[in-house]
Write a protein that binds this ligand. Structure first.
Ligand code: 13P
Ligand code: SF4
Length: 312
């Protein structure tokens, strides 16, 4: 098995050179996939990195909306996705046609959408955001201007509370991983490790965010664990981030918070784990599956992503 994975890694390195390809991977992918990445990041960093890539091909080791975002920003590059079935429950909770109808019910609102959306929803959006910059994006909009925020109800409510923007209308979507954490089990872990700091992603429910010492995006959580004096952290987000945490801070301890029902394995994003060394090899060898977008939709989506990058 170890030998097999070493052979797959060698084959991937060969194919990257042969096909002039780079691999961008999200922190939630499996440790072996992270090990073959040229660039590893959270969703904001990956969108920005995609624009500066020299290679003619980007293989996106992540979920479908992330590869779409790379294609929107790099239309002249070939963007490959090893597992196109790797979706996202949050992106799927916001269908473009239904979102267009929601937008029509709220004329005059500035539309802010989280990047965890399809290209069709981004095309209906004024400014995209990620969990790293959602606060800055909302604060960049004049206070008197009403806002429609989608699709994550937890991130939306968190930003609404931080900014006091009571007029913010929020789409009712959520991520199945971040909504499943158990408050009871988290409080029990806190009792067992009173010295630990709790770090949480803003896609978690409000009662989890209230119990956390720090709430932030994947990159912000990683930074916080580095600068904090604490040695132990209870991590309330997708468990793939533990790979990078343990790599960066080997002397610190990281305890993954459990979901309500441990048998669901919900602190693992099953979509992210669909990317494997095997399907990366097949994808590079075949030059497919490739992301192909309708040009008019791509241009409209690009505007909303560029508006976000300008704020960053
Ligand atoms: P980040 O924006 O922190 O990378 O999160 C992306 C994501 O899918 C969270 O579930
Ligand atoms: Fe989507 Fe949730 Fe997976 Fe992130 S963790 S990619 S929001 S399903």
């Amino acid at each position: 098995m170890v030998e097999n994975s070493a052979a797959l890694r060698r084959r991937i390195e060969e194919l990257k050179r042969e096909k002039n390809a780079v691999i961008l991977a999200h922190y939630y992918t499996s440790p072996e996939v992270q090990a073959v990445a040229d660039f590893l990041g959270d969703s904001l960093a990956l969108s920005v990195e995609a624009q500066g890539v020299d290679a003619s091909t980007i293989l996106f080791a992540g979920v479908h909306f992330m590869a779409e975002t790379a294609k929107v920003l790099c239309p002249d590059k070939r963007v490959l996705i090893p597992c196109p079935e790797a979706g996202c429950s949050l992106a799927e909770s916001c269908d473009a046609a239904a979102f267009a109808a929601f937008k029509a019910q709220h004329p005059g609102h500035t539309v802010v959408s989280y990047v965890n959306t399809t290209v069709g929803v981004k095309a209906l959006t004024d400014i995209c955001c990620t969990s790293s910059n959602a606060l800055r994006v909302v604060e960049s909009i004049p206070r008197e201007q009403p806002i429609l925020f989608g699709p994550d109800r937890n991130l939306g409510s968190y930003i609404k509370k931080l900014t006091g923007r009571d007029d913010m209308v929020i789409w009712n979507g959520a991520c199945h991983v971040h909504e499943e954490f158990s408050l009871e089990k988290l409080l029990e872990l806190k009792r067992q490790h009173p010295e630990a700091k709790v770090v949480a992603h803003p896609e978690c429910r409000a009662y989890i965010v209230e119990a956390a010492d720090f709430t932030g995006s994947t990159a912000a959580i990683l930074d916080y664990c580095g600068r904090s004096d604490a040695d132990t952290f209870i991590v309330v987000t997708e468990s793939g981030i533990l790979t990078e945490m343990r790599k960066r801070y080997p002397s610190k301890h990281f305890i993954p918070a459990p979901p309500d029902d441990p048998s669901c394995g919900c602190n693992n994003c099953n979509y992210m784990k669909m990317v494997t060394l095997e399907n990366i090899v097949a994808c590079l060898e075949n030059g497919a599956p490739e992301i192909v977008l309708d040009e008019e939709t791509r241009r409209a989506a690009e505007r909303s992503i560029r508006n976000m990058i300008a704020i960053r």
